[in-house]
Ligand binder design. Sequence first.
Ligand SMILES: *Cc1c(COP(=O)(O)O)cnc(C)c1O
Length: 337
Amino acid sequence: MDNINNLIRKNIRSLTPYSSARDEYTSNQGIFLDANENPFGNLNRYPDPYQWRLKQILSSQKKVTVKNILIGNGSDEIIDLVQRVFCEPNEDKIIICPPTYGMYEVYANINNVEIISIPLTVDFQLDTKAILAQNAKILYLCSPNNPTGNALENLEYIIENFNGIVFLDEAYIDFSESPSLVSKINQDPNLIVSQTFSKARGLAAVRVGIAYANEAIITVMNKVKPPYNVSLLNQEAAVLALADEANFKSNVALIKVEREKLKNALLELDFVVKIYPSEANFLLVEMQNATEIYSILIEQQIITRNRSSVVENTIRITIGTPRENQQLMYALQLLES
Ligand SMILES: *Cc1c(COP(=O)(O)O)cnc(C)c1O
């Protein structure tokens, strides 16, 4: 692998980051006349720009140091940030492995970064040889993958042998039997693992995403992120959620049970062709007439995601509450011929 410093854009290497008032004076004791805040009110002060409290909890849970963590305003902000750190517009390339999460590509288009597309194989695994034959700054991988639901194999081999940054999106890792690779960030200096509070943690409204990486990468990402990128309310909501491990674990367990129940029920329907194996909180379901079923469900205000444009004749169904899943099944059973 190339040295991390050589992968960083030249202008970012030499960037003098903005030094915020809260960078220069970090104690929370004192009379604060430094940041042009309004002295009146409850939410009148800028939040901690480095989210130390949240990071301390994550650091002890994940067995990494706080210097290995960056918090984003959702993991989408992190996907973008990584491109802005490493990819020279109009010059550098990223690799995506479709069908996968769409934002890697959207941000590349926004950032004017060329996209190399190396589709997954027929069983939705990585084309390792084709990936390693490419020269690109960032390889975006998603495991378990969205929208296919499966965990990717050979990740460690690819991380060890890829010349650029490997961005591993673990948005669905808590629903998976496969281990997280957060533990590898210090032995693989080119690895960035992203996770989010939006899925298993149940805080999609809150917008908190996490990047775990080697300290050198986190340091340069901190130079580029907006100083106060995560609001106080968001930081507090994430901290609160982490205090309730029992609730988190039982929700995830219930969703996994419901995933298997829903899968078995769907397989009984005569128009269901195939359900792809899922280690996430959704099922990718192939149907004889997916687009038609999708529209009929919409009419009944049951909203699924039509993925037929990326995997032929499929809809992606998020696992709901037991009652929601039952209502979906009632609606589908009425459609049987
Ligand atoms: C939902 C999703 C995200 C979005 O995460 P936010 O933290 O809500 O921005 C990221 N990656 C994948 C693969 C997702 O499915």
